[in-house]
Structures are given as C-alpha cells and as structure tokens.
Design a protein around this ligand. Structure first.
Ligand code: PGU
Length: 443
C-alpha cells in the first residue's frame, strides 16, 4: 500500500500526524474551548455525592492523622492492617501466567465455561438436582455487582413482575443497581433495632403481602450491613411463604465461607430454596472469599424448570451482556477455576478462608471485651452474635460523625464497621471512641 491509503492507515495508527496538524499535543489542544459560542453542554450537571461506602476510602487516604482507622469498606485486612492476597491465589496465578499455553484471546460472551460450572457447583452443591439435571444457566459476571445488574436487566425484560423487594436495611448499592435497571424497588422488614436481631414477624408479613411473582432479594448469608441471618427454621418458613405466593427469589451470595468459615454451611439457605423452587436467581462474588476484590470475578446463575429452558435463558443472558461489555475478563476467572478445579488447591483455600473467618470472630470477642472493660453503656452482645464481615454497632449517624471527626475512624453512617479492618492493637482505640460517642453524643 502506498499513497493516500497508506497515509490514512498511518494516521489511524497514530504513526504520523493528520494533515493540517503540527503533530504535537500542545498544538492540538490550543484551539479555544468556546468554539461553539455557547456554554458547555455539561454546564448544568450537578456534582454527585461521594459513594457512601467506596467514598470513605478517599476520605481515609486524605486524612493525615497517625491513628486513623478505616472500617468502612468490607475488605479483609491482616493483623498488620494490610490487604491480603491468599497464598492459594498467588499459587494459581503463578501457574496461570507461566503456562505457555495460556493466551489473551477474548472469552465467549458467557465467560469461562469451566469457571461457570465450578461456581454453580460451589454454590448449589454437586448433589443439587438442578445442577445434575443441567437446569441452571450460568454466566461469568463482573463480580457480584455485575451479576446483580445482568440479572436485573434480564428480569426487566423477561419477568412478568418488575417489582423487587429488598430487605430493610440492605447493602446500599442494591437499590441503585435495581433502579438503574428499571425495576421498581420496595422493601420488606428485616432488622429489629430493639433486639438487634431479625424482625421475623415483620419479614413474614411483608413476604405474605407482596403481590405474587414479585422478586425477593435474599442475602445468602452474612447479611450486609446487619450481620443477622435467619435460622434454618426461619429459612424454612420463608421458603414456604415465598413458594406459597409464587415469588421469585434472587439470592445475593457475596460472603460464602465468611459467615461460618464453612462453604457448605453458608450455602444452606440457598440450597434449601434450590431444592424447592422451580426458578430462582443467584449472584455470586469471589471478591471476599478469595480476596479477589479488584479482579471482578463473579457469576450469575438462573435456575430453570428444564434443561431446554436453561439453554434459552443462557442465550438471553448473552443478549444482555454483549451490548453492555461484550465479554468478561479472563484473568480472575482463570484463577478461580484453577482453585475450584483442583482438590489440593481447594483444600488450601478452605483453610485460608476459615483462617480469615476465625480472625474476624476473634475481633468480635476482643471488641466486645474492650467495651465491657470500659463499662460502655448499653448491651454489646450483638457484636458477638452477628456474623460475617460486619458489625452493625447501633451507633447513630451523629455518633458516627463524632467518631470520624474526633477519632479519625471511618465507618458508614449507619454505624456499620468492617470487623476485618480491626486488629488486636486497634480494638482498644475503637472501644475508646465508641465509649466516648455513646456517653457524650446523644443519638
Ligand atoms: N452484594 C453484597 C451484599 C455486598 O456486600 C457486596 C460488596 C457486593 C454484593 C458486591 O461485591 P463485588 O465486589 O461486586 O463482588 N460490598 C462491600 C464492598 C464495597 C462495595 O460497596 O462495593 C461493602 O463494603 O459493602
């Protein structure tokens, strides 16, 4: 190729400057911005508030105080306050990057098929009838949030009801994900602040009162932010109500293994529903249980009535994904598939996972003990009883603001703290701050 065509290609590839330009960046940006003779089309846009959870990271980073403590975002930290990459993840990753047969080709729209099968088996169990009967359509997703969003878009298009009920309270982003996808968001009662436990009666009344076909979001385990889960018997009664009213359960499983330290115990509620419901959805995340936050590895599963239906549903999930981000990233899913697919690596993972869960439990007893020692007014038993990554302390917004301003401890305004952000060294400091807030700042 020569002449004008070759020149055009070179321009396109950035090898030479386009005609009329001087070829340097300063000259290219020298044109006056007001060339259209009117204000910018963005001029009317109001600045959006910082994200109530992820925004805390920014505020924390900008704080120069030496004793500052970040208990905002749910991300595991070691006793030294450092992020943790699991050994088993490093091992699987090393094998992946040194494998001469690995490549960087596009994955299919539904992602890594082995990853999808193993994710399904991890959540539902290999003996699940729907797994054995190939009745579950699974696609790889951009972690748990991506799974929720793809699921929401699918429901918006194909489900008879566009109404989703979320527990009150719930992870703040749930409301945004489902609203953005065009579903109508309602809530069902969940937490009882007088007992710091489950408002089971309110929950059951609200489930019974929901119009049939409504979608019900359920936290599979380690409810965020409350740390309060239904008992096995309560799960059973919820299943009865949900199946009786022909509601559609949408499980969000972001903490499998983190609540109890056992992967199967934490999936018990989901598995009970999967055995009894003709259809349900599941969003899975490996952010927490594999410590792969930034790798965005997750899966969306849709349980269907037959194998044929699952194939049709899978085809429609791809229709949602393709115009949104085309296909998911390879790397994280490759690591997860290697760990789940090797009995040896799987065992190593289980040990590291229960190690993280145990350290969180230890922080619960240390914080509880520190508050007891200080005689901090109120009962703090709920810190011991709640499970998972968070404790819902009961501090009010004003008390949280005080703790952040005076003690430089960052937590969400609803009084939620990430227990994984604490260490034996910092429990006393947090207890001092909580004691001060409870005594001196009215709720
Ligand atoms: N579902 C629940 C219940 C969650 O708590 C989270 C993360 C997700 C889904 C999404 O996780 P992915 O990272 O997309 O897999 N919640 C954490 C992390 C920070 C955030 O808000 O995204 C939290 O601190 O609540």
């Amino acid at each position: 190729m020569s002449g004008p065509a070759s020149r055009r290609l070179q321009v396109l590839r950035g090898q030479i400057a386009p005609p009329g330009s001087t070829g340097n960046a300063a000259a290219m940006s020298a044109e006056p911005v007001a060339a259209y003779g009117r204000p910018s089309v963005w001029a009317h846009i109001p600045e959006a508030p910082a994200d109530p959870i992820l925004g805390l990271n920014e505020a924390f980073k900008a704080d120069p105080h030496p004793s500052k403590l970040n208990l905002g975002v749910g991300a595991y930290r070691t006793e030294d306050g450092k992020p943790l990459v699991l050994n088993v993840v490093r091992k699987a990753e090393m094998a992946l990057v040194t494998d001469p047969n690995s490549n960087k080709e596009y994955l299919g729209i539904a992602g890594n098929a082995v990853f999808c099968r193993l994710s399904r088996e991890l959540a539902f169990g290999t003996s699940c009838q729907a797994v054995r009967g190939n009745r579950i359509a699974t696609v790889q997703s951009l972690s748990g949030t991506g799974a929720l969003r793809v699921g929401a878009e699918f429901l918006k298009e194909h489900h008879p009801s566009k109404v989703i009920y979320l527990p009150q309270p719930t992870w703040g982003n749930h409301t945004k994900v489902f609203k953005r996808a065009g579903l109508e968001v309602r809530t069902y009662r969940y937490y009882d602040s007088t007992t710091c436990g489950l408002n089971f009666q309110g929950l059951m009344e609200d489930l019974m009162g929901a119009p049939s076909d409504s979608i019900i979001l359920l936290h599979a385990c380690a409810h965020n932010p409350t740390g309060v889960d239904p008992t096995p018997d309560q799960w059973k009664q919820m299943l009865k109500a949900i199946a009786g009213k022909q509601l559609l359960p949408f499980f969000d499983s972001a903490y499998q293994g983190f609540a109890s330290g056992s992967l199967s115990a934490d999936a018990a509620g989901l598995r009970m529903f999967a055995d009894a419901c003709p259809q349900l959805l599941l969003a899975q995340s490996y952010a927490k249980n594999m410590g792969m936050y930034g790798e965005r590895a997750g899966a969306l599963s849709v349980l269907c009535s037959s194998q044929g239906e699952a194939a049709v549903v899978a085809s429609q999930l791809k229709q949602v994904i393709r115009p949104m981000y085309s296909n998911p990233p390879r790397h994280g899913a490759g690591i997860v598939a290697a760990i789940l697919g090797s009995p040896e690596l799987f065992r190593e993972w289980e040990v590291e996972l229960s190690g993280m869960a145990d350290r969180i439990k230890l922080m619960r007893s240390k914080l509880h003990e520190a508050l007891r020692q200080r005689g901090t007014p109120g009962s703090w038993e709920h810190i011991l009883k709640q499970i998972g990554m968070f404790s819902y302390t009961g501090l009010s917004k004003r008390q949280v603001e005080h703790v952040t301003k005076k003690w430089h401890i960052y937590m969400t305004l609803d009084g939620r703290i990430s227990m994984a952000g604490l260490s034996a060294k910092t429990c006393g400091y947090l207890a001092d701050a909580m004691d001060d807030a409870v005594r001196n700042v009215p709720k």
